[in-house]
Write a protein that binds this ligand. Structure first.
Ligand code: IMP
Ligand code: MG
Length: 176
């Protein structure tokens, strides 16, 4: 099988949309300090690009959870691989995700973070596949709503590859 990637959301389109999201977040969080939680590894590119455009005071922490194996299908429970470094009690936290698919990862994460008593929790996702939703999670900030296609790039992987692509691409498998 040969893998090919076709450009789906270009670098320029990503930048324009992230500008718009940052503008909205800067307005919504005026006067607050925003505590960003970047969900590794997929959200690193999005978090960096978004955070560079934020003008409100920002703190950044990282969590890593696993829900997918090395394939394209979801696997059972989520597991916390890397937990928060600092307490979030009383903080305005924003979870930054690469993609909202079934919603399993985010619904579990939100449940977990609620137990830490933050002042508020919001969700910012670069991509959303609403047709795949199994858990009732909604993003407060959403870059692009997409159909049920497997995408890679700008942080998103297939078997740990393609994260470094500067655009979002659709992965196609072809016979050799
Ligand atoms: P959920 O828990 O089903 O919502 O899945 C969310 C996670 O699945 C994301 O953070 C991604 O790591 C992964 N995922 C879902 N769809 C895609 C895709 O199209 N490409 C790459 N990873 C994906
Ligand atoms: Mg992932």
């Amino acid at each position: 099988m040969k893998e090919t990637v076709e450009i789906f959301i270009s670098e320029a389109e990503l930048k324009t949309r992230i500008d718009e999201l940052a503008f909205k977040i800067n307005n919504d969080y005026k006067g607050e300090t925003l505590h960003i939680i970047c969900i590794l590894k997929g959200s690193i590119f999005f978090t960096c690009e978004l955070a560079k455009r934020l003008t409100v005071p920002v703190e950044i922490d990282f969590m890593q959870v696993s829900s997918y194996g090395d394939g394209t299908e979801s696997s059972g429970q989520i597991k916390i691989i890397k937990d928060l470094d600092s307490p979030v009690t009383g903080k305005h936290i924003m979870i930054i995700e690469d993609i909202l698919d079934s919603g399993r990862t985010l619904s579990r994460l939100i449940e977990y973070l609620k137990t830490k008593n933050p002042a508020g929790i919001s969700v910012c996702t670069l991509l959303d596949k609403p047709s795949r939703r199994e858990y009732p999670v909604k993003a407060d900030y959403n870059g692009f709503e997409i159909e049920d296609r497997f995408v890679v790039g700008f942080g998103l992987d297939y078997a740990q590859r393609y994260r470094n692509l500067p655009y979002i691409g659709i992965l196609n498998f072809e016979e050799d």
